[in-house]
Design a protein around this ligand. Structure first.
Ligand code: TAP
Length: 475
């Protein structure tokens, strides 16, 4: 049984949430012309704020402003000057990190210890890292005098709202592009606080523009003829629609899409360490992680021992108030996502897999799903093939490395994978044969701004992070 702890609530007094927010265009907050929508706390269903919706005219205005800022200011500014703004933004993010973390946990539902210790520090690290590149672009591998592309349309999802913004905005600005970014409908607040940070950093107006709204706003943005580059992170379905819509135009595209990663545990692996990695791989951020280790492949000889230890570890996970520093598992981001997780889990039951879930009391308000695993899963089961994007693990077994590889690669996706073994030679063999953009060995979910990230197959194309991430924003 887990220890009992008294609640240790992070104060929300540090955040000043306004009753309503406009669009951020040309360095100012302006009214939108669409129908405003509400953003809620998924842990309590409390309305946090009303947010403007950008219609086609608002998108047109934002793209024109971004073009003007590109032509007149940002693309002409020497890299060392652009770097100063990026460093300034990075430092303000650090100074306001607690505010950003609390707001992210309120709007997204993720535990404060994750937003505080993972998301926000990594956001600042991305701005610091790309600030360093801004005056060294001739070493990026794109020729002696690499040029920016122009106006970048950037559309991001709700699972890491501020981190996805940083992955997109920092390299774009470092390379001399201007941006129009659309955050997800359910998590717009930290992007709007980032807009305030741009004002505080005296970033020239029009270099960063934030337009809020739902799918139609995103569609209008990526379809605007005035954008030169589309950077999208989200579902494979929407990614395919975007690829089709920009085909035949001058626009450059990068797509970071879904995943169904295999986390492979061999019989010589350090089991307790692997259990921690499995838990981190699928229950971090409620499993709302594109690179989540959602398929556990275990060597048959150790499966009973491993499952016993895994269930015992899962029983110690604390679910509850995202602002409690003891919380391991927060709320599911939306009612819609909860419905999808429930539906796919019921498909798992119907297909004959065996469900085991942590016995815990779920809060009566908000959106919650307990950490769950399915055993008796075969390759053909939908829960082994489709992205659930929630705290649900499918467990499969294998006997030989060849079988593990065959099963791991038998997926339409190819974003990430994990390998747990004591043998370095086996790690190298597996890593070179797995069709996945990132392979972690004896660890999982490690991120660093210097390291590229991206997928194979239906997980998308293009890389974000590292020197590779610059290529997406340079001619
Ligand atoms: P999507 O439904 O694809 O939404 C992503 C973004 O696109 C949101 O801002 C969404 O707006 C917008 N959008 C929806 N329809 C659009 C359209 N027709 N044209 C342009 N934009 C449109 O995905 P999601 O449910 O938010 O996120 C979950 C997915 O993202 C998962 O599949 C996950 O694997 C993937 N993901 C991938 C990565 C990487 S790096 N590969 C990272 C994180 C997440 P609204 O939300 O406002 O409707």
């Amino acid at each position: 049984m887990p220890f009992e702890y008294a609640p240790a609530l992070e104060s929300r007094a540090i955040v000043d949430i306004k009753p309503s927010y406009g669009l951020f265009v040309d360095g100012q907050f302006v009214e939108g012309h669409g129908t405003p929508f509400k953003t809620i706390s998924p842990a309590t269903e409390e309305v946090l704020a009303e947010v403007a919706e950008a219609d086609e005219a608002d998108i047109d205005a934002a793209v024109k402003v971004a073009r003007r800022a590109y032509d007149r200011v940002w693309s002409r500014m020497p890299g060392r000057e652009r770097a100063k703004y990026l460093y300034r933004i990075a430092r303000i993010i650090q100074e306001r990190s607690r505010e950003l973390a609390v707001l992210e946990s309120l709007d997204n539902g993720k535990p404060i210890k994750e937003s505080r210790d993972v998301d926000v520090p990594t956001v600042a690290a991305h701005f610091f890292y790309y600030a360093g590149w801004a005056d060294k672009l001739e070493y990026a591998g794109r020729g002696d005098d690499p040029q920016p592309l122009g106006v970048a349309a950037q559309v991001i999802p709700w699972n890491f709202p501020l981190l996805m913004l940083a992955w997109k905005v920092a390299p774009a600005l470092a390379c001399g592009n201007t941006v129009v970014l659309k955050p997800a409908e359910t998590t717009p607040l930290t992007a709007l606080l980032f807009a305030e940070i741009c004002q505080q950093a005296d970033l020239p107006p029009g270099v960063v523009n934030i337009v809020t709204g739902a799918g139609a706003t995103g569609q209008a943005l990526v379809g605007h003829p005035g954008v030169d580059k589309v950077a999208f992170t989200g579902s494979t379905e929407v990614g395919k629609a975007i690829a089709r819509s920009v085909a035949g135009t001058h626009k450059r595209v990068t797509l970071e899409l879904g995943g169904k990663a295999a986390n492979i545990v061999f019989d010589d692996a350090p089991i307790d360490q692997a259990v921690e990695g499995i838990v981190d791989g699928i229950f971090f951020n409620q499993g709302h992680v594109c690179c989540a280790g959602s398929r556990l492949l275990v060597q048959e000889s150790i499966v009973d021992d491993l499952l016993e230890r895994l269930k015992s570890r899962m029983s110690t996970l604390r679910m509850g108030d995202p602002l409690d520093k003891n919380t391991d598992i927060g709320a599911i981001n939306s009612g819609e996502q909860l419905k999808r997780i429930r539906e796919l889990s019921e498909v798992g039951d119907a297909e004959g897999a065996e469900r085991w879930e942590v016995a815990c009391d779920l809060p009566t308000k908000g959106f919650w799903f307990p950490p769950t695993l399915f055993t008796g899963v075969s390759q053909a089961h939908r829960i082994a093939r489709e992205e659930i994007f929630g705290p649900v693990l499918s467990v499969l077994t294998f006997r030989t490395p060849a079988e593990a590889l065959e099963k791991a690669n038998n997926t339409p996706y190819g974003l990430s994978a994990g390998v747990w073994t004591d043998k370095g030679s086996l790690i190298l063999k597996m890593a070179s044969s797995l069709r996945a953009g990132v392979v972690w060995a004896n660890t999982f979910n490690k991120f660093d701004p210097t390291s590229p990230f991206g997928g194979y197959k239906e997980s998308g194309y293009g890389r974000e992070g590292g020197r590779h991430g610059l290529e997406a924003y340079l001619k």
